[in-house]
Design a protein around this ligand. Structure first.
Ligand code: SF4
Ligand code: SF4
Length: 103
């Protein structure tokens, strides 16, 4: 499943540079699929949160193919990067996404 940042986030920014897919954005920053990936889709999308750092679910692979564990969760000082129960995904799905993002 994708990881989600809860409202316990203290906006420290530690997680953002750790993501291999550039799936993490600061609050109120618009995002695109092309950033941090090999995709050409540069369309900008509205921020998912105006208060806290957020993760774009379609760019999160739980770090599959890069690391043994989600790097955002590993560095977060308040443990607010958690599996999103609304987005349960198999390892197969996550690895396929990783491949699609970085081909
Ligand atoms: Fe990025 Fe990995 Fe965190 Fe997903 S789990 S947002 S891929 S650092
Ligand atoms: Fe928020 Fe944790 Fe990321 Fe810091 S590391 S910005 S507290 S989610």
């Amino acid at each position: 499943m994708a990881i989600i940042i809860t409202d316990d986030c203290i906006n420290c920014g530690a997680c953002e540079p750790e993501c291999p897919n550039n799936a993490i954005y600061e609050s109120d920053v618009d995002w695109s699929m092309s950033e941090g990936t090999s995709l050409k889709d540069e369309q900008r999308h509205d921020a998912i949160s105006e208060e806290f750092y957020f993760i774009v679910p379609s760019k999160c692979t739980e770090c599959q193919g890069f690391h043994d564990e989600p790097q955002c969760a590993a560095v977060c000082p308040v443990d607010c990067c958690l599996p999103d129960p609304e987005r349960e995904e198999t390892e197969e799905v996550l690895l396929a996404r990783k491949k699609a993002l970085h081909e």
